[in-house]
Design a protein. Sequence first.
Length: 141
Amino acid sequence: MCVFCEIGSGRAPAHVVFADEEFLGFLDVRPLFPGHVLVVPRTHYATLLDVPGEVLGPLTARVQRTAAGVQSAMAAQGTFVAMNNVVSQSVPHLHVHVVPRTKGDGLRGFFWPRTRYASDEEAGATATAIAAAIAAAVPPD
């Protein structure tokens, strides 16, 4: 089973920021910046081309709400939302990156140096702040 399926089933640890019956969001273990979240469907789809159309709308709604939560919790000016499809896709399970961004943060083009959280406690505190902001985010009409 893939690592994201393991996380979705609760058999692998992750700092989860939201979870529902169909999707979950959790901190990337090698974030571009603290607060970098991955949004994944619980059902295993390897790539975007494998996802049924009726799943895309609900996935996008979760990504939108996550972006609002990440931006708020991380005091970011915006977010970068992206999905690799086969090339540069380190885990063959569809996932959407939601990365907090601020002007002058140093992220340029497609050179993205990855980092690590200083501790599990730092990651946990970040996940808790984002989860609270996601819960408080008002979905658009």
